[in-house]
Design a protein around this ligand. Structure first.
Ligand code: ZN
Length: 60
């Protein structure tokens, strides 16, 4: 079995001994009324799926 290579993405990886901050976006599902949180959610992304019930959400 080939060894799984770690994804190289240094710009997204927090540096050691540094403070890292993220913006959290909170989404509320219109169907099941539960909510969930995405870190550093892109503001232009309007279509999300509720992780609880799977309903497609159009976030305005
Ligand atoms: Zn839901």
């Amino acid at each position: 079995m080939p060894e799984k290579r770690l994804e190289k993405n240094p710009s997204k990886k927090p540096l050691p001994n540094r403070r890292s901050e993220e913006s959290l976006a909170h989404f509320a599902c219109a169907k099941c009324a539960k909510w969930w949180t995405i870190g550093d959610a892109p503001a232009r992304k309007k279509l999300w799926y509720c992780p609880w019930c799977g309903t497609e959400q159009k976030i305005v």
